[in-house]
Design a protein around this ligand. Structure first.
Ligand code: SAH
Length: 469
């Protein structure tokens, strides 16, 4: 970030524009929205500038800028569309200690003027450091569409009401009050009865919220998917945004946590394999403590909460404590992994069922119905299978699985550093080591990446030994 965005108070300050042409007019359209005293220097002025001068919106001085003209100015704009004149304006501005902007000349400017979405007092400023004006325009258009034209009115009325809102306890309740105002109560009152109705509605809302009993918190048990924030459901996104407290597992990606509100309390309860870890009881207690205090808790779990996520233990604990909860499903790692390698979990004529297995359970390496799993055509997604890879491969071969059974490991599914290793059952442990797979990873038993299938003329043959893709 070469340019740091900030909002400068220029109420009553002088802003000087050197130049009277189109470039000046474009900047003036923005500057006249402010409460600054705008002075334009230029021999020939655009008719629009003359009109504004007539309406006393700005002062036009029909000569070129001179030393001393920028005295006490907060900002000086060089809008002469002439490099020499602009350089002169910059000198004059700098001599008076003003910040200088030369229109369309980033390198000779002290600051840049962003694209602006104006819902005064709410202002959105968009900057790309000159890199992508097209993008800035598009973001501006999107934002214009998203922010209701009445937002400014609501914000202004809300601003005047801040003192009265202090009757509500500080923190969560007051935050909820403002959310309800901006989301429902304010817009509705404004449409139905204009600005006066908004003020009345604010008073009613404060009274209502004062008479409501203590808030009951809740927990959303949320599937955060495999990492890519675009694989979150809309529901998960909404719950995350509304949460006062976010409790997340180690595998939940930072990009997803970014979607939480800035004021939210964010707590990691990672269970590092073999490392120090949070005990399930402590996680339960943490959720209950926060929800018990009235908070909306987002409990983020990687993938889908119902897949190897100890969901039942958390639900039981919440039930026992009388804390209401909802479950928001997510995209499980194996589902996203299948998409990554272009395969289907099930396939007509190949497998009519699909296994979700864990390589590990409370007792260590997990035992399964190896004989059934070893049959040709079976397909399985193995979670937490890396450390158990040698054991898995050994058990399956011992129970009659073909050494050539395809196995595909997909590490960091849906993330920027996703890695795929396609191998066969007998070579699994060594292929994982050679491929540098350290996890988290899904192992697909009986499935190989689509490209390899196509090369083999759609005959489900094993993929040639190892190799990352
Ligand atoms: N509830 C999760 C699974 C949690 S168990 C889900 O539905 O996906 C943890 C295991 O999930 C990891 O050991 C790994 O096997 C798998 N896993 C989770 N996220 C993953 C990712 N982004 N890429 C590959 N595997 C992942």
């Amino acid at each position: 970030m070469r340019h740091f965005p900030l909002f400068r108070d220029i109420k009553g300050r002088r802003v000087v524009v050197s130049g009277g042409g189109e470039a000046a007019v474009a900047k003036l359209r923005l500057l006249l929205k402010t409460e600054a005293t705008v002075v334009v220097y230029g021999v020939d002025a655009h008719p629009q500038i003359a009109r504004w001068a007539n309406e006393r919106q700005l002062i036009h001085i029909a000569r070129d800028i001179r030393h001393g003209d920028a005295l006490c100015a907060a900002l000086v704009y060089g809008a002469n569309e002439d490099a020499a004149m602009d350089a002169r304006a910059a000198d004059i501005g700098h001599a008076s200690g003003a910040l200088v902007n030369i229109v369309d000349d980033l390198d000779n400017s002290d600051f840049i003027t962003p694209a602006i979405v104006d819902r005064d007092p709410v202002t959105v400023a968009i900057g790309t450091e000159g890199a992508a004006p097209v993008l800035a325009r598009r973001i501006k258009a999107d934002t214009e569409e998203r922010l209701s034209p009445t937002l400014g009115i609501l914000a202004r009325i809300g601003q005047g009401f801040r003192g009265a809102a202090n009757a509500l306890p500080h923190g969560r309740i007051r935050r909820r009050f403002w959310s309800r105002y901006y989301d429902e109560v304010g817009p509705r009152a404004l449409t139905e009865g204009g600005e006066e109705a908004v003020l009345a509605a604010l008073h009613t809302l404060v009274a209502d919220m004062q008479s409501e009993g203590p808030e009951i918190g809740n927990v959303a048990l949320i599937g955060a998917g495999p990492g890519d924030p675009e694989l979150l459901t809309l529901k998960a996104r909404k719950a995350l945004h509304e949460a006062d407290v976010v409790i997340y597992d180690r595998l939940v990606s930072p990009e997803i946590l970014e979607l939480a509100r800035r004021e939210a309390v964010v707590i990691e309860v990672g269970k590092i394999p073999n490392g120090p870890s949070w005990k399930q009881d402590d996680i339960n207690a943490l959720m209950i403590e926060h929800a018990g205090g009235g908070a909306h808790v987002a409990r983020l779990k990687s993938g889908d909460p119902a897949v190897f996520g100890r969901l039942d233990e958390e639900m039981d604990a919440l039930d026992a404590a009388g804390v209401p909860f909802t479950i928001i499903p997510g995209i499980t790692a194996a589902s996203a992994a299948a998409a990554s390698i272009g395969v289907s979990w099930t396939r007509r004529g190949r497998n009519a069922s699909f296994w979700l297995l864990t390589g590990h359970d409370v007792a260590g390496f997990a035992e399964h119905d190896w004989r059934a799993l070893a049959k040709p055509g079976e397909a399985a997604a193995i979670y937490m299978g890396l450390r158990a890879a040698r054991f898995l491969s050994g058990r399956l071969l011992m129970h009659g699985a073909s050494a050539e059974t395809p196995v595909t490991a997909i590490e960091n599914v849906s993330r920027g550093d996703q890695k795929i290793v396609a191998t066969t059952l007998d070579r699994l442990p060594i292929a994982l080591t050679e491929g540098g797979i350290t996890g988290p990873a899904i192992l697909f038993l009986g499935l190989s990446p689509r490209a390899a299938l196509a090369a083999a003329d759609d005959i489900p043959e094993p993929v040639p030994a190892t190799g990352g893709h």
